[in-house]
Design a protein around this ligand. Structure first.
Ligand code: C2E
Ligand code: CA
Ligand code: CA
Length: 736
């Protein structure tokens, strides 16, 4: 018989049969014949399309090891009496408690016919069936094995669906990282489909936050439920309020679930109702019914709770994300956002990544003179301009106030074209407006795995600084030299403070000439820095740095005091000296008081002192206008410097107590080449004369310019054609 049994399983066939095509059945019995009989009885049997594989053990102890090594075993036929009278029962207990094989079906077999285990034993050891050994007939054995295997496979299926559910819950942990509610909700729809083996269409809608809280959403109304995700079939209702949708079963079911605050489970539709601890509500509607017999309802509850919590997180996240990475006013990225999402642009790039920093010229003047609302509109206009210019291979950000940045993959822009595009006129509040911009550029040399966005930002900023210093409305690409310049910039500042104390700054005077008589009629005081090691440093090399560092006030007071000293100590000069006042000083709270204090200390006569104030400084604030009036009252002659260079604000000529208008050098340098400059100059001169203002033109360098200017009735000229700035000694020597 044993030969026969050995031959039951064909060796060749065995190779082809994998474990998953077999049901493993364990026989644990101390009587060898029981093993043989059982195998013989069930040879060639298939249950649910699978053959049986028998494994054997001959004692309770052996049985334990056998089952431990075969966790996929489906059924054990277990003898009660073996090495001890309850060895089988003991093994049953260990199978459940130690091996935790809860799906394994235990069929207990007893020796005595008519013996049935106690009810409490059956339930205690979770014994699934019992048979007497006399019932080892093929039919009876087959029936109970088939039942056991069916139970086993059900349990396994449930286990795997529980496993699936667990996967979904794990996956929803990933979902929690989703940035937007939309992404979260779309993820949930996908996962429900995966979980219930559907490929159903559906929607996910969610309440706007019903209660007031710190993270309220825009346009929040208490009863609106927006469709935040939809499969393609429901695209037409995506983004709508579910209560505004009158037709369609999906909307109807969603409304019902929300009204009753519970799931609606129908044969063809399922609505899962979600509510979160903070009373946000949502509903997921999918086509098709859920076969809940396979998945226990408890777990469905857990699943819904999970989505709800994920939803809460997503809302919270997306709010935090927005404010962490987006600029509230323009909805562009902020600096953080630009940095955070720069990798995306980098991966899109085939060649290089360029960063442009764009700064609106004279933005503070716009804010001061036209108000915040208007200047916000200007920023929004700039935002649209940038969105128009750059395509999707670019990230646009507002870094702060009027400074924008654009990160572009494989940019084909030239800096000049970009400047031109950025400053194209646009309509604002019914008026055509044109913004001047300055631009700094930096780029990554070649495609890099990791983009050093901070480096690019730093370099573009340095380039922007250079652009702004050379002249507003300029674009500048980063050059390695700038890095060294920044370093020297820091040195300059440290040394400048020292220079003020050590009196290393001195004044030169540039004469102003009457165009009609050719006489010197006054001087402009221009500061120079006698550096102990570097020699004489011109103002353009340090004044912008000093202004940025906020040291302009100290400088202006220094120059003012020294100009008073020149007047006092050199009575021979006896002509007005004009002192430059930096744009920022005029806004300084203590400006007037400090001037008065210096005047008192130096016991100075102000008749020969003029103040030159640049035009853009004037329009900035009411304080500036007050200060101008106060200066006028003190007896200063006031000169508007660099007229025509920045904002041309003819209105100020009327409004402000100005005596002299100094026309910007740029105008004069163009007049011989460009007819339009000449026309403009003519207009300006006319207006100044009509308003009774004296006119000084600066930067006169050639005879040609002089010839032209004399035709136009200019009072006073200043420039290299007549004199360069000179030391006091030279002026005294020449007796000018
Ligand atoms: P600014 O007030 O427009 O001064 C005129 C500048 O033009 C001076 O340069 C002067 O040397 C230069 N200049 C005069 N005639 C000609 C000309 O015919 N051709 C050319 N190409 N240039 C001419 P500087 O001394 O280098 O001063 C540059 C700027 O630095 C000044 O422009 C002013 O904004 C500032 N600055 C100079 N000294 C002081 C000062 O004491 N205090 C303040 N706050 N700023 C000063
Ligand atoms: Ca000046
Ligand atoms: Ca000037």
């Amino acid at each position: 018989m044993s030969d026969f049994i050995l031959n039951l399983v064909d060796d060749e066939e065995e190779d082809e049969i994998t474990n998953s095509q077999l049901w493993k059945v364990a026989i644990v019995d101390d009587e060898a014949s029981v093993h043989d009989v059982t195998k013989l009885a069930l040879s060639n049997t298939t249950i649910q399309g699978k053959k049986l594989e028998f494994i054997s053990a001959y004692s309770g102890e052996e049985g334990f090891t056998l089952l431990q090594n075969n966790p996929d075993c489906a059924v054990v036929l277990l003898d009660v009496v073996m090495e001890s009278s309850d060895a089988g029962l003991l093994l049953a207990q260990r199978i459940r408690s130690e091996l935790k094989q809860t799906n394994l079906q235990i069929i207990l077999r007893t020796g005595q016919p008519g013996y049935a285990p106690e009810e409490d034993i059956i339930s205690k050891y979770e014994i699934n069936d019992y048979k007497t050994k006399s019932e080892l007939t093929r039919d009876k054995l087959f029936t109970s094995l088939a039942t056991a295997i069916r139970s086993f496979s059900h349990l396994e299926a449930l286990e795997s669906s529980k496993e699936g559910l667990r996967n979904v819950i794990n996956a929803s942990a990933n979902l929690m990282k989703e940035r937007s509610i939309h992404e979260f909700a779309s993820g949930v729809l996908q996962q429900i489909n995966a979980l219930f083996n559907l490929s159903a269409q559906g929607i996910f809608c969610v309440s706007q936050r019903p209660f007031k809280g710190p993270h309220e959403f825009k346009s929040s109304t208490t009863n609106s439920f927006l469709v935040v995700a939809a499969t393609p079939e429901y695209n037409d209702i995506y983004g709508k309020d579910i209560h505004d949708i009158s037709s369609g079963i999906a909307a109807n079911i969603a409304q019902r679930a929300l009204a009753d605050k519970k799931h609606v489970l129908e044969a063809n539709f399922t609505a899962l109702y979600l509510s979160t601890p903070s009373k946000w509500q949502g509903v997921v509607v999918i086509e098709g019914g859920l076969n809940l017999s396979e998945v226990d309802e408890e777990l469905l509850k857990v699943f819904c709770l999970n989505i709800a919590v994920g939803l809460e997180n997503a809302k919270y996240f997306s709010h935090l994300n927005r404010s962490a990475y987006y600029d509230k006013l323009t909805d562009l990225y902020n600096r953080e956002g630009l940095v955070q999402f720069s990798a995306g642009i980098n991966t899109q790039a085939d060649q290089s990544v360029s960063l442009y920093i764009i700064d609106i010229d004279y933005f503070h003047d716009i804010t001061d003179s036209l108000g915040y609302e208007f200047s916000n509109d200007v920023l929004l206009a700039m935002t649209s301009t940038l969105k128009r210019i750059f395509n999707e291979k670019a990230s646009i950000a507002r870094l702060h106030s009027d400074v924008f940045a654009v990160l572009v993959a494989d940019s084909t822009w030239t800096l000049n074209n970009l400047i031109a595009e950025c400053s194209r006129p646009f309509m604002l509040a019914g008026n055509s407006m044109r913004l001047g911009v300055s631009l700094g550029e930096s780029h990554s040399e070649a495609k890099q795995e990791n983009l050093d966005i901070e480096l690019l930002l730093r370099q573009a900023k340095m380039a922007l600084k250079v652009a702004k210093e050379s002249k507003r409305g300029m674009a500048q690409a980063f050059e390695p030299q700038f890095e060294k310049d920044t370093l020297s910039r820091r040195n300059i500042l440290a040394e400048f403070r020292n220079a003020l104390v050590q009196e290393e700054l001195f004044l030169v005077l540039q004469p102003k000439t009457s165009m009609s008589s050719g006489d010197v009629v006054g001087y402009e005081a221009l500061v120079r820095w006698q550096h102990p090691d570097k020699g004489i440093i011109p103002p353009n090399a340090f004044i912008p740095i000093v202004e940025q560092a906020g040291l302009y006030f100290e400088l202006d007071m220094y120059v003012f005091r020294h100009s008073l000293n020149i007047i006092k100590n050199y009575p021979q000069i006896n002509k007005p000296i004009s002192v430059n006042v930096s744009a920022n000083s005029l806004h300084h709270n203590e400006f007037i008081d400090e001037l008065k204090a210096i005047i008192k200390e130096e016991q100075a006569d102000l008749t020969n002192i003029e103040l030159e104030i640049t035009e853009n400084a004037l329009i900035r604030s009411d304080m500036a206008i007050q200060h101008l009036n106060a200066l006028k009252d003190l007896g200063f002659t006031l000169c508007l410097d660099d007229f025509g260079a920045g904002y041309s604000s003819l209105a100020y000529l009327v409004k402000l107590p100005l005596d002299v208008i100094k026309i910007d050098r740029a105008f004069i340098s163009y007049i011989t080449e460009d007819k339009r400059s000449l026309v403009l100059l003519k207009g300006m001169l006319q207006i100044c004369h009509d308003l009774n203002k004296k006119v000084v033109v600066e930067g006169v360098e050639t005879q040609e310019q002089v010839d032209l200017l004399t035709q136009y009735d200019v009072d006073v000229a200043q420039g290299f054609f007549y004199f360069k700035p000179m030391s006091i000694e030279d002026i005294l020597k020449k007796a000018l």
